[in-house]
Write a protein that binds this ligand. Structure first.
Ligand SMILES: [Zn+2]
Length: 362
């Protein structure tokens, strides 16, 4: 449809000076919401005016029609608002499909551009603030996500997980009275400096996660005890006192634990720590997971070997001449289930009858 502006003049958008001196005319096309299921294009004839104010930096300006045009826009505010709501509700591809059905077809990239162009809403005052880290690139780059714990909405994203950045954000956005965080020292220090009056609490997720992790480590460390003793006896036994481990290996473990945690508390990622300390990724994760170096040393003491229960039997069989590892493994498994097989014992004795069990001499 064709349209033109009937007003006699227009106000300069820069200095609000009213002008009726027409510089030129041109036509601009605006897409609007569909009418009767058909797409709508408004061909609007508009004018350029001279700005008569001597203080204005602009010589000419184009007139705008309130509610219909904005500077450089090719869609009406009504259609733009509709597309923004579709983009926010459905995202790119599903939104694109819906716009085709509504006769306001745009591409998925247009919808994504509309979302990116939206102003970021101000978080307002957040009284209960949650903070945690997230990975831009797992193992390398981490940021921080801030959440309003009352509405469970994301408030802001920080480019890293350093306590300085978090403290600065809290200073710029005062009002937090409760800060929910993980149990790492980085956010604790940032919260203490940025919001010294706020109460710091460990959030439920991290408490349960840490509890699960701790229980898992304890059960793994005592797995042998659980297998060897009846359940009633195992429960009745008092926990053994942790042994003191000395030696250069123990010293190295303590030193490495301190180095890993010093870097970890600074917010440095796993991979960077691996490179800095020249350690394997699994080793760094094990050190980072341990709450103290003694925990690692105790685990090493209790770990033992799967062969411990069969040492005497294996020594006896070795003396008898059976040195075949596969046969000995089968014998140990049979002994463990109480179903030792006499034929398998005979076959590997010196002069045994099974030709495929050839003794291996070392
Ligand atoms: Zn002006």
């Amino acid at each position: 449809m064709n349209a033109s502006v009937t007003a006699r003049g227009a106000s300069c958008p820069y200095c609000t000076h009213w002008s009726i001196r027409v510089h030129s005319r041109y036509q601009r096309c605006l897409s609007d919401a569909a009418i009767g299921g058909a797409d709508t294009l408004i061909c609007l004839r508009v004018r350029k005016f001279y700005c008569g104010s001597p203080d204005c930096a602009r010589t000419t300006f184009a007139e705008q029609v309130p509610g219909l045009t904005t500077a450089h826009a090719r869609r009406t505010p009504l259609l733009r608002g509709m597309l923004e709501r579709i983009a926010l509700s459905l995202g790119g591809r599903p939104g694109e499909r819906l716009t085709h059905r509504l006769a306001v077809a745009v591409s998925r990239m247009t919808l994504l551009r509309l979302i990116r162009a939206l102003p970021i809403p101000e978080p307002g005052t957040v009284t209960a603030l949650g903070v945690d880290d997230f990975a831009f690139r797992r193992g390398r780059d981490y940021g921080s996500v801030l959440v309003d714990m009352h509405t469970h909405r994301t408030v802001d994203l920080l480019p890293d997980r350093l306590n300085d950045t978090f403290a600065e954000w809290l200073r710029v956005h005062p009002g937090a009275t409760v800060i929910c965080r993980d149990r790492a020292s980085g956010y604790a220090e940032g919260a203490r400096r940025g919001a010294p009056d706020a109460i710091q609490v460990a959030d439920r997720f991290h408490l349960l996660y840490n509890l699960t992790d701790a229980v898992d480590r304890v059960v793994r460390a005592h797995r042998k005890c659980l297998h060897d003793r009846p359940a009633s006896e195992a429960v009745a036994q008092p926990a053994p006192a942790p042994a003191v481990v000395d030696g250069w290996r123990a010293e190295l473990t303590r030193q490495r634990w301190a180095e890993v945690h010093a870097l970890w508390d600074k917010g440095i990622g796993h991979t960077a720590i691996c490179r800095a300390l020249n350690l394997d990724d699994k080793t760094v994760r094990r050190y980072a997971r341990a709450t103290s170096a003694d925990e690692l040393l105790t685990q090493a003491l209790r770990r033992g070997s799967a062969l411990d229960a069969h040492t005497a039997y294996l020594a006896e069989r070795w003396q008898q001449g059976c040195t075949n590892a596969a046969t000995l493994t089968g014998d140990c498994a049979s002994a463990a289930t109480g179903a030792a097989n006499a034929s398998s014992v005979d076959c590997c004795r010196p002069g045994g009858t099974a030709p495929h069990h050839r003794p291996r001499h070392r």
